[in-house]
Design a protein around this ligand. Sequence first.
Ligand code: ZN
Length: 262
Amino acid sequence: MPELPEVERAAGIARAAVVGRTITSVRVLHPAQRRGLPARAARSLIGDRVEAVVRRGKAQRFRLASGRELRVHFRMTGDWVLLGSGEVPPRAVRAIIALDDGTRLALHDPRALSVISLGMPEPDEGIGPEATDPALTPARLSAALAGRRIAIKQALLDQAIVAGIGNIYASEALWRARIDPRLPANRLEAPQLRRLVSAIRATMRIAMARHARYYGRDAGEGRFAVYDREGQRCRRCGANVRRIVQAGRSTYFCLRCQGAAC
Ligand SMILES: [Zn+2]
């Protein structure tokens, strides 16, 4: 599931391909995406120019010369791919944006859960600071977590608390911060909050650097500290990585170095 680093990588691909270009057609190939972008709305994009591609949390916004925004959320399996000239789109392509220089930016999404919509810009109320934003301070995180008795792992998935973190990087950041993922969010103490904020930043920085290094290629599995590593050795202490289920989602952690006493 694409999180901040993956969406930023994808937004970079889109940005390089479409900014400054005029849209010549938008084809929506799957009914799920047509709900958000019906044929008439798709047609209205013809002749509009893309001025910027902005990422906020896990969402992307294509700012258009007409003042409107094309909003895209990848949800589970979405990604951008560029189609070569004359290339037949792969089966999982759900929408194709064609530009005046012949570029075709395609939404590739095996599960077809991505959401596309068109409208005027809306304020992003209810979205917390970006995981990479210096505005995310221990004090701000503490305020956002006050009164929240849910586990800290679950709290990190709430985009109103921090924007851009999903199931993978929540486990990774908590491991890096040596915080038990089951700890109630409102019980984190000052040193833990400081460690968590710097761990979130480091986790995002490392993931983005990896995407930059493997740009356009498979970044490779086995790259996580704990995520999807149940039963394997903790990269810090050598104990076995555990998997638990919290609110229906897998959490990976090391009981030895993320004990609640830390
Ligand atoms: Zn460990």
